[in-house]
Design a protein around this ligand. Structure first.
Ligand code: PEP
Ligand code: MG
Length: 849
């Protein structure tokens, strides 16, 4: 059979006839008044495109004499699109004459004219604009449209319904096979060989007198997810006309409304049935559906139903409400929300309906949307914030000096840098929208100007907007939708936690970060980058004194000033995280990052340190390294300038004693960065143990702590076996590990990454998506060698990949205990982890069936 009438028992499958055909069958099974419908399979439609028509005589015979039908696309996933619906196939002079007697001249003209227009455009490929001119359905317009068709095609308008239908099916089938349509649907995730089904349905006319018409109704607000009747009904209309914004001609409200008549009042029986069908869709199709219907002489016809289009926040509310009402399971509700979609709930978004003027594109480094005045340095950002002005910090790239400005800004835009650059990492921690590596922009920080390659320019104070989820920058302000963490979100996350089997911690450096980590229910802090605590003005100076000290004693004196501040930092973190583990990484960056860059900064420093400018310059020059990221940083500082780690260890342990007095005992985790040799761990461990012993004696309090190693050099991964002998945990720092595995600077890769990905050299930016082949193999080797030595060794990942659903899959498969990511990505990670556990469960269930 080349076509199948859709009946309750017919064999109709999503994968052969498409989602619309299958949905129509479900509506028919639920006894909804669906006009007679026929489905053409993917295979049949493909054959039509090659000229092999089904038996159209037999098909049309199903629709009686003078058939009038519509054809609609039915792809496997409705999001993949397809050709537009064509209505009123079968209209010809004879049917037109009959309709004049039954429905009046205006209605008959309107139907015929509409069909001529659709046929001319879709089959005859004529210019739509020329046919647009016939907007009023007079007899003259009808004649003129037919004349135009004949003139342009040099043939009569076909009168035979079979010929009309054949041509329409052929044009739809061919449109689907065209290159543009294929590329468009592939962009939406359709496979290259995705098929198109078609449904041919008897028309319910809806153009008669008085209340006849068509409309759409849904029972939920697609923006918020709240249950509410929404939709439109237009008298004397067809298809989805009611949704076209063409004034309010002959509109009827769906529910009682003081502004005019409503279906609820005028056609109460039809209304009651619509509500009943909506409920049936919800309970039996287990989804909120938008129903397309026609009322013809007070008789209701259901033509189609599609899943309500919705925002991500509405999607969450709908899924939770369906599960709360027992219609779907909690597992199903959790699986219905794509983890990445949570971003929309957690951050501000631009209103998708707003117009935008894009001037730049970079790497989407931290999600969310922000609007504000341009500022070009941290000081200006702080000044703007003090005045209550929203600002966007625009820099070539950021450095630790900019942190306070970053805190003050609404968003960050940089010209250089990649996904793990300083700006990106800090912004993600703060939950600030950030776009990095917008290379087509040129900044003149001195002149305070931002220019584009095509000649546009902006100065300080101009308002711009950035979208950290897409990497786009726009001129002017864009309307914003606020984030929403309502009850539905919390409920969904609690359900997700019930299912997942890998831990999720947060990377949090400051008390506000830690509060966010708690708000998003992280199970602890997986990485506290302590260097971010030295940025405040008073600390920075002590830090600089320490850097400038020539002798260990001077260095210790400067560090003594930092000790109480660090102790207070850690006490506060322990108190906020009460009862949850906190992993503190010892100092990591090269010291020169704490020194000023410009001449003015050096002069101010000379003044503060009471040193000649020349000395300061000499010292700064002495600290300069050709390759600072591979130089004197991390544990190398810990070995060569041990006073810094001593001070930090003391601050951690004194804070442990302090916080344990007021709450649960704290068990701090101390992590050594950038390790590449076992001996480094031995040396640092001996000193940290000694500091712990001192603090125990001095305070008379007992405590324990766990010492761990950050695996972020390839050698540490390869030698994980011997390193694990001295460590309670290994945490993989995949930012540096990726940098060192590829030999690729994480700060400079943005320059060519776009080109590399577009040419397919790398499938993805490896700083963004974990390279499971190369870096991943090192993770597996490290994990296996570590666990060989100690079966209880805790394994985790704390690089930026930790919040990435694909990386979480990899880490879970490799037997990791937890992932750690920026606080704002914690919910995404929790949900992604739940998906993995549920998918595994379903797979195992299928395997035992
Ligand atoms: C890493 O290298 O993966 C890491 C987490 O440390 P940082 O980004 O601070 O170098
Ligand atoms: Mg690192």
């Amino acid at each position: 059979m080349t076509f199948t009438e859709i009946t309750p028992s017919a064999t109709i499958e999503d994968a052969r006839h498409g989602g619309r055909a299958k949905c129509l069958q479900r509506l028919i099974r639920l006894d909804m008044p669906v006009p007679r419908t026929v489905a053409l399979s993917f295979d049949a439609v493909h054959r039509i495109s090659t000229g092999d028509m089904p038996d159209l005589d037999a098909m049309l015979a199903l629709f009686g004499p003078d058939p009038l039908v519509s054809v609609r696309p039915s792809s496997e996933d409705p999001d993949w699109g397809g050709p537009g619906a064509i209505l009123n196939i079968g209209m010809n002079d004879a049917v037109h004459a009959k309709l004049i007697s039954t429905h009046g001249e205006v209605a008959a003209n309107a139907l015929y004219l509409r069909f001529i227009q659709a046929y001319a455009v879709h089959v005859g490929r004529l210019d739509p604009d020329e046919f647009e001119t016939f907007s009023i359905a007079t007899d003259d317009a009808l004649r003129a449209a037919l004349d135009l068709y004949e003139e342009e095609t040099e043939s009569y308008f076909p009168q035979d319904p079979k010929e009309q239908l054949a041509e329409i099916l052929r044009s739809m089938a061919r449109a689907w096979e065209g290159t543009t349509a294929r590329l468009l649907r592939q962009a939406k995730g359709a496979p290259a060989d995705a098929g198109l089904g078609l449904v041919v349905q008897k028309m319910a006319l809806g153009v008669g007198q008085n209340t006849c018409g068509s409309g759409v109704i849904k029972f939920v607000d697609g923006r918020t997810g709240h249950r509410k009747i929404r939709g439109r009904y237009l008298c004397k209309s067809q298809g989805r006309d009611a949704l076209a914004e063409e004034g309010d001609r002959d509109v009827m409200y769906l529910t009682k409304d003081s502004r005019g008549r409503s279906i609820e009042e005028v056609l109460p029986e039809n209304f009651a049935n619509l509500v009943k069908f909506g409920d049936l869709c919800r309970t039996r199709l287990r989804e909120e559906m938008e129903i397309e219907f026609t009322i013809d002489n007070e008789e209701l016809f259901i033509l189609d139903a599609v899943r309500v289009q919705r925002s991500e926040r509405a999607n969450v509310r709908i899924a939770v409400s369906l599960a709360n009402d027992g219609i779907i399971s909690r597992e199903d509700a959790v699986l219905r929300i794509p983890p990445r979609a949570l971003s929309e709930l957690l951050h501000s978004q631009f209103d998708p309906t707003d117009k935008r003027d894009r001037f730049g594109l970079g790497i989407a480094a931290s999600p969310g949307a922000a609007t504000g005045k341009i500022v070009f340095n941290a000081r200006a950002a702080q000044a703007a914030a003090a005045k209550g002005d929203d600002c966007i910090l625009v820099r070539s790239e950021t450095s630790p000096e900019d942190i306070r400005g970053m805190h003050a800004a609404r968003g960050i835009l940089t010209v250089r840098g990649g996904i793990t650059s300083h700006a990106a990492v800090i912004a993600r921690g703060l939950g600030l929208p950030c776009v990095v590596g917008a290379q087509d922009l040129m900044i003149d920080e001195k002149q305070r100007k931002l220019a584009t390659r095509d000649g546009r320019s902006f100065t300080e104070g101009d308002v711009i907007s950035i979208d950290g989820s897409t990497g786009e920058a726009y001129a002017g302000a864009v309307t914003m939708l606020s984030p929403e963490l309502g009850i539905a979100f919390q409920t969904l996350m609690e359900w997700a936690d019930d299912f997942r089997d890998i831990g999720v911690r947060a990377n949090a450096d400051t008390p506000p970060d830690a509060r966010n980590a708690r708000m998003f229910a992280a199970e602890g802090i997986g990485l506290c980058r302590t260097e971010h605590m030295f940025i405040d003005d008073d600390r920075l100076l002590a830090m600089r004194e320490m850097v400038f000290a020539d002798h260990a004693d001077d260095r210790r004196a400067a560090l003594d000033r930092l000790l109480p501040m660090q102790r207070a930092d850690f006490t506060e973190l322990f108190e906020i995280m009460q009862g949850l583990p906190v992993c503190i990484r010892l100092f990591d960056p090269p010291l020169h990052e704490f020194l000023p860059h410009g001449r003015e900064g050096l002069r101010e420093l000379a003044e503060a340190l009471d040193l000649p400018l020349r000395d300061v310059e000499r010292r700064v020059a002495g600290l300069r390294e050709f390759n600072p990221m591979l130089g004197m940083r991390g544990v190398r500082l810990g070995i060569t300038v041990p006073e810094i780690y001593d001070m930090q260890a003391r601050a951690i342990f004194e804070a442990t004693v302090e916080a344990s007095k007021r709450g649960d005992p704290v068990v701090p985790e101390v992590m050594i960065p950038l390790v590449s040799a076992k001996r480094e761990v031995e040396i640092v461990k001996a000193r940290v143990d000694a500091v712990a012993a001192e603090v125990r004696i001095e305070t008379g309090a007992d405590f324990t702590y766990r010492l761990g190693v950050m695996v972020e050099t390839p050698r540490a991964a390869l030698r994980a076996g011997e390193i694990a002998q001295h460590a309670a945990f290994l945490s993989f720092g995949t930012n540096d590990l990726t940098q060192m595995t590829y030999g690729l600077s994480r700060d400079d890769a943005g320059r060519f990454m776009g080109e590399y990905v577009s040419q397919g050299v790398y499938e993805e930016d490896p700083f963004h998506t974990l390279d499971t082949d190369g870096v991943g193999e090192l993770l597996q080797i490290g994990a296996a060698r570590g666990r060989d030595v100690d079966r209880d060794l805790t394994l985790s990942i704390c690089g930026e990949h930790g919040g990435n659903p694909e990386s979480i899959r990899f880490c879970r498969d490799a037997g990791f205990d937890y992932v750690s990511c920026s606080p704002f990505r914690v919910p995404v990670a929790r949900l992604a982890a739940a998906h993995l556990a549920l998918e595994d469960y379903v797979r195992k269930d299928l395997a035992t069936d």
